[in-house]
Design a protein around this ligand. Structure first.
Ligand code: DUC
Ligand code: ZN
Ligand code: ZN
Ligand code: ZN
Length: 472
């Protein structure tokens, strides 16, 4: 039988090599890779294009329902449209747990909302309250349904675990063979800094970074690794922002500890200068870990180049600027009492933490990485999909160009020069931290399981066409 689709004449990039070939697709999967494949029912020309596996964003917050009633503005329909337009065909977001609730009683209806996704999706289960009921009954049941990874926070009032609780989660993951992902910052250190800054009258967005300097991240990274080492449980350290934390990961890797590191485009391109923007605009750049001083971006790139950090996720967590201005503490991603200032804007500690970036993740990484010569194409593929696929149980299906894999393909125009503007993005958020950012290289066609999902910025995939990815 002939191919449903042939992507013809492109330069293919995988995690290992770059070569010229056509890709033949049948029933949503790659059926053949080779030169001069016979005609398909549909033909897409990839002449002059670089063809990579679809991006896998293993860390994004979509429509997350928080215990305080705050709802993420990003819906599954909008967030997944943005993902596809930015070359990401699958993502892993989070099943919330509300402290004091079982998993089943947290965020009711969340999985039903996810059915609206246009991209393929999976979940990490957040654990905020590791009771025996949760660890002994609910987590094993979830794992059996293909939710094979847990997420824990070492900071944030409503989310954080004590070391004792973290150890119990690690032990459960070990027993069930699950991966554990960790947000590493020292909660008490941050609280102590926030109090001192507020007492000194420092309330501007930049004080967010002063409240959580690199040492706060480095300490928690070291502690998470040490506790994981004790239990002999692999972990993935989320959103590494600085050399100090990356160095702890590198040291542990060198002694054979199973620890992996992730970073995000914000830690490769943005800095304190952004938090200092006037008219409260700095609030657009409040994320945790915080943006660092000028110069730190290059040190994080070095840790990509030496292999310490193997995944670049978005940590997409969008709160509109309009929301941040008037809704202190929205979504639970803040710390300490919510203080309003004379003009009604919140003090730095009550600005909801997070930046939107699910659509810009890969264009920024391609441009700053591949186009500027910091990384080669196979490294780009490893960072954008392949490494996360192996780490989270999607190897062979996602992140690879090989017969049998899902036909998730991105056709990159390596010469396209664009300036990022929020008006052209597909997310539901009213700003992008990369407004006015110039990039070279753009995903002109995104194919998800053999269907053209985006062509020249137009999203063709319908809500509900994404599939839940059970992982094994
Ligand atoms: N950091 C953020 O900036 N937002 C969401 C959660 C997180 O850890
Ligand atoms: Zn986090
Ligand atoms: Zn996050
Ligand atoms: Zn603009």
């Amino acid at each position: 039988r002939q191919f449903d689709l042939v992507v013809r004449g492109g330069t293919l990039a995988t995690a290992a090599e770059v070569f010229e070939a056509d890709i033949g697709v049948r029933d949503g999967r790659i059926a053949a890779i080779g030169l001069d494949l016979p005609a398909g029912t549909e033909e897409v020309s990839a002449k002059g294009m670089i063809v990579t596996p679809g991006g896998l964003d293993p860390h994004c917050h979509i429509e997350e329902l928080s215990a305080d009633g705050g709802v993420h503005e990003e819906s599954f329909a909008s967030g997944s449209a943005a993902a596809l337009a930015g070359g990401t065909t699958a993502f892993i977001c989070f099943l919330p747990q509300w402290k004091g609730h079982s998993l089943a009683a947290s965020a009711p209806g969340y999985e039903r909302r996810a059915l609206q996704s246009r991209a393929d999706y999976s979940f990490h289960q957040i654990i905020t309250d590791p009771t025996p009921e949760v660890l002994e009954r609910e987590v094993p049941a979830l794992a059996a349904r293909g939710v094979q990874s847990l997420k824990v926070f070492l900071t944030y009032d409503p989310l954080r675990l004590t070391d004792a609780e973290f150890l119990r989660v690690l032990a459960t993951a070990k027993r069930l063979g699950l991966m554990v992902t960790v947000h590493c910052e020292n909660f008490d250190a941050i609280g102590w800094r926030i109090e001192a800054l507020l007492a000194a009258g420092q309330t501007d967005p930049i004080a967010h970074a002063w409240a959580r300097p690199p040492v706060v991240e480095r300490e928690a990274t070291y502690r998470a690794i040490a506790l994981a080492e004790l239990v002999e449980q692999p972990i993935q350290v989320f959103h590494v922002s600085c050399e100090a934390a990356a160095a702890e990961i590198a040291r542990a890797q060198a002694r054979g500890v199973k620890v992996w590191g992730e970073t995000c485009p914000q830690y490769l391109t943005l800095s304190h200068a952004d938090l200092l923007k006037p008219d409260f605009e700095g609030a657009k750049f409040v994320c945790s870990p915080a943006l660092r001083e000028a110069g730190e971006n290059e040190r994080v790139w070095k840790r990509i180049q030496d292999g310490t950090l193997g995944v670049v996720s978005s940590d997409h967590c969008g709160f509109s600027f309009a929301t941040a201005k008037r809704a202190p503490g929205a979504g639970g991603y803040g710390q300490g009492g919510a203080t309003a200032r004379a003009d009604g804007t919140p003090a730095f500690n009550a600005i909801p933490n997070g930046v939107p970036g699910i659509e810009t993740r890969l264009p920024v990484l391609f441009s700053e990485g591949v186009s500027k010569g910091r990384i080669d194409l196979p490294t780009f593929v490893r960072l954008s999909s392949a490494n996360a696929a192996s780490l989270f149980g999607l190897g062979g299906r996602k992140g690879t160009l090989a017969p049998g894999a899902d036909a998730d393909l991105v056709l990159w125009d390596p010469d396209a020069e664009r300036t990022i503007h929020n008006g052209a993005l597909h997310h539901a958020i009213d700003y992008t931290p990369w407004e006015g950012f110039a990039v070279k290289g753009w995903p002109s066609i995104t194919i998800r399981r053999g269907e053209v999902a985006v062509r020249d910025g137009e999203v063709l995939a319908a809500p509900g066409s994404g599939r839940f990815l059970a992982r094994g």
